[in-house]
Design a protein around this ligand. Structure first.
Ligand SMILES: *Cc1c(COP(=O)(O)O)cnc(C)c1O
Length: 397
């Protein structure tokens, strides 16, 4: 059994607040501070350039990728770290499209995160010659699969509603029609068990600063199924994805397997923070995590529905159909979230009217949920959100 009391002690949490925003930016694992300091002082400080070899920096994107592989059901040796998630979406999509010549449609859903859709639109524009992105409602994806579709690009868990696609079933249906799949695990990795190998997913990508707690700006990951690993051509052919980067060959030759998905110099300090976070993840059983996440989310839904009639559930009621977040519709959601944060519960707002709360068993427990419900009930009952100070919007909501 995973000891969630022990994992909670390993995070620096904002004083006195209930932090229900780990789905946007995970909190600081306490050991990450010493780990990054060690990388700076003992590796960068003492070794300088030789750190690439002597401190293992060069292999870090693969080594840390393997630690994430366990959480997402990927075969070892087929996940690599680097760049941001938007870049990894572009890379996976470009490779997948090229592997399905003759078809021009990228199919996604209207609930997908805008950056994924923007990347697909940008890539289609660059490719020209009829390539296009088609989006349908999340519930309509299965019916929209047909032989014009080259690639199905989906985020497994909807960032707004928390609705979860059935990855195995959709991947099977896609493959039956000759469609390749790119799964975005931004709200899955570290939120619920994922079985990429079992689902026979073709490509997958995800970020690490959300549920994986690696800090702002930490690198993303990319997975390519072993059966495609030596065939996928990387559209972003950077020198570190070359077969022999230090041969300084003027012509590009892709590296072996997943190494070809590397682009440029990896962010070592941020990888050190992620590596420290993965020490905590090594103590976590994903099935224990899933069970507790559903308990916490159900407790929150029951508490809010009993005390806040103004809020309307936007997430699936059945825990198995959800990721690890719960969202409510409220017309004055932006101001209400500002008031909620001021009262000691950190969640976030997603336009047009969604108040979103993430539940992360690593550091959130039943007492926190009870406290959050009581605070939100107070904000709603007293209508404190009507105060002028809660109406102004900062750059990041
Ligand atoms: C958070 C998120 C992103 C963010 O991409 P970055 O390039 O890391 O800023 C992209 N896609 C999805 C589905 C997300 O949830």
């Amino acid at each position: 059994m995973t000891d969630f009391t022990a994992t909670k002690k390993q995070f620096a949490l904002p004083d006195g607040a209930v932090y229900l925003d780990g789905n946007s930016l995970g909190p600081l694992p306490k050991t990450a501070v010493a780990r990054v300091e060690k990388t700076m002082r003992e590796e960068w400080g003492r070794l300088a350039i030789s750190g690439w070899n002597r401190a293992g920096w060069f292999d870090m994107p693969r080594r840390v990728g393997d630690r994430i592989a366990r959480l997402i059901g990927a075969e070892p040796g087929h996940v690599v770290m680097g760049d941001t998630l938007s870049i990894k979406v572009y890379q996976a999509l470009a490779s997948a499209l090229e592997m399905n010549p003759g078809r021009k449609v990228i199919l996604s859903d209207t609930g997908n995160f805008p950056s994924d859709l923007y990347m697909a639109q940008g890539l289609a524009a660059t490719l020209g010659s009829g390539y296009r992105l088609k989006t349908v409602a999340p519930e309509a994806v299965a019916d929209a699969l047909d032989e014009s579709v080259a690639v199905l690009l989906l985020t497994e868990v909807d960032y707004r509603t928390g609705r979860k696609h059935d990855m195995a079933a959709l991947t099977r249906a896609a493959h039956d029609l000759g469609i390749l799949t790119v799964w975005d695990l931004a709200h899955s990795a570290g939120a619920l068990p994922v079985d990429l190998a079992g689902a026979r997913a073709d490509f997958a990508v995800g970020c690490t600063y959300k549920y994986l707690n690696s800090g702002p700006g930490a690198p993303a990951f990319i997975y390519v199924a072993p059966r495609h690993a030596e065939k996928a051509r990387p559209a972003l052919s950077g020198w570190l994805g070359h077969e022999a980067p230090f041969a300084f060959d003027p012509d590009y030759r892709p590296g072996r397997g997943i190494d070809r998905m590397r682009v440029g110099t990896p962010p070592i300090l941020q990888l050190a923070a992620l590596d420290a976070s993965m020490d905590i993840w090594d103590t976590v059983d994903m099935h224990d995590l899933r069970e507790k996440s559903i308990v916490l989310c159900d407790q929150f839904i029951a508490g809010i529905e009993a005390s806040c009639p103004q809020l309307r559930l936007a997430s699936p009621r059945d825990g198995r159909q959800r990721g690890s977040q719960v969202s409510f519709h409220f017309e004055h959601g932006f101001a209400a979230m500002q008031a909620t944060i001021a009262a000691g519960v950190t969640g976030d707002f997603r336009a047009p009217d969604i108040m979103r709360f993430g539940f992360t068993p690593l550091y959130i427990d039943e007492d926190d949920v009870a406290r959050a419900v009581a605070i939100i009930a107070g904000v709603m009952a007293n209508e404190t959100w009507k105060e002028p100070r809660f109406q102004t919007r900062a750059a990041v909501t």
